[in-house]
Design a protein around this ligand. Structure first.
Ligand code: PLP
Length: 366
């Protein structure tokens, strides 16, 4: 059988998404039980108590299909954000929404502009639907270079992905920079604002995508329940888009793309604004602790508006392995001279700095 002839040629360059190492794998490798998993930008805490209760209540009804369009969740999001229900997207993680939005608009040969390094799903979605990659390097402060991204736009550009704050660097572009960008952005481009880490942001000059969304401009804003809401395992994300785009996504998504437990968990999470504030503050406290620990060890770090910190190292592979031996899992990006360190509990932070200290002691300056 000629599988190369059977499978679409452009998919040949893709590799499956590589998630961070799992705790069990590291337990086996390091022989340690006390693993700190800081590799996937997850919350170290469980789902909100009200979400757990709501999800448990759903279990007995799992013989039935979910409500197909996640209507109650869409209605609640619409009310919170003061937009019509017809402009709400709900998906199996914002990952699915990134892919679906690309699928609705990309034709083979269309150009897709995105920063690099940034979230790996942008290049994956581009390749999947025959798009042409236009990668714009982050600037020297590891931030989106919005001027360079504008300069990269042509008549053939279909999508611009902006990740704010950016994964994996944790950096953000300011309201001023974004205003200048938006003023000059041509109308034929669909702007996808990926705000997966929105709730962790404390910077005052961060541009909230929803302040720019009016339901008619070609702007999509994507958010998720996977991060501050601690629902990564159940897969639910949401977003806002002009009605024709939401309609197109509804036509091509799976009929029951968000399961009933996920819908219930997400809905209940939205009722607990106090918990969001508490978790953001906790994240901020641990981030400050990590910054000062890195400073003491002479490790250079990039200020983050997220639940992870991008540290610079010329020896990423050796440092990654040294941390792993201490039971601390971070995320490496091949030869990129940096590592992404997730923010966990106070105990995770203590262990992280201890593990970095051991790595410095062993390797010298890292
Ligand atoms: C920037 C960014 N966007 C989107 C996602 C997807 O999140 P989910 O599919 O869990 O909503 C992630 C996950 O790590 C991310 O970092």
């Amino acid at each position: 059988m000629d599988w190369d002839g059977m499978i679409r040629e452009e998919l040949g360059t893709l590799v499956p998404y590589a998630p961070g190492l799992r705790e069990e794998q590291v337990r086996e490798r390091s022989g340690r039980d006390d693993i700190c998993k800081l590799s996937s930008n997850e919350s170290p805490f469980g789902p909100f108590p009200a979400a757990i209760a709501a999800m448990e209540r759903e279990l007995v009804g799992l013989n039935r299909y979910p409500e197909g369009a996640s209507i109650a969740l869409r209605e609640r999001l619409a009310a919170i954000h003061n937009v019509p229900v017809s402009q709400i997207l709900v998906g199996s993680g914002s990952n699915e929404l990134l892919r679906l939005v690309a699928q609705t608009v990309l034709r083979p040969g269309d150009e897709v502009v995105y920063a690099w390094p940034s979230f790996v799903v942008y290049p994956m979605a581009t390749t999947m639907f025959g798009g042409v990659h236009v990668r714009v390097p982050l600037d020297e402060s590891e931030t989106h270079d919005l001027d360079a991204m504008l300069a990269a736009i042509t008549d053939r550009t279909r999508i611009v992905f902006l990740c704010n704050p950016n994964n994996p660097t944790g950096t953000y572009y300011s309201t001023d920079a974004f205003d200048r960008f938006l003023e000059r952005l041509p109308e034929h481009v669909l702007l996808v604002l990926d705000e997966a880490y929105f709730e962790f942001v404390t910077a005052e000059d961060y541009p909230n995508g929803m302040d720019y969304f009016d339901g008619s401009r070609p702007i999509v804003v994507l958010r998720t329940f996977s991060k501050i809401y601690s629902l990564a395992g159940i897969r639910v994300g949401y977003g806002f888009a002009p009605e024709p785009l939401v309609h197109a996504v509804d036509c091509i998504r799976e009929p029951f793309n968000v399961n009933s437990v996920a819908q219930a968990g997400a809905l209940a999470s939205l009722d607990d604004g106090v918990e969001v504030i508490r978790r953001r503050a906790e994240n901020q406290e641990q981030k400050t602790y990590l910054y000062s620990g890195f400073d003491r060890l002479g490790i250079s770090w990039v200020p983050s508006e997220t639940n992870f910190v991008w540290i610079k190292t010329e020896r990423p592979v050796e440092v990654f392995e040294a941390l792993l031996e201490q039971g601390v899992i971070v995320r490496g990006f091949g030869a990129t001279p940096a590592l992404r360190v997730g923010i966990g509990t106070a105990e995770d932070s203590r262990r992280t700095i201890e593990a970095f200290a051991a790595a410095v002691a062993r390797l010298g300056r890292i």
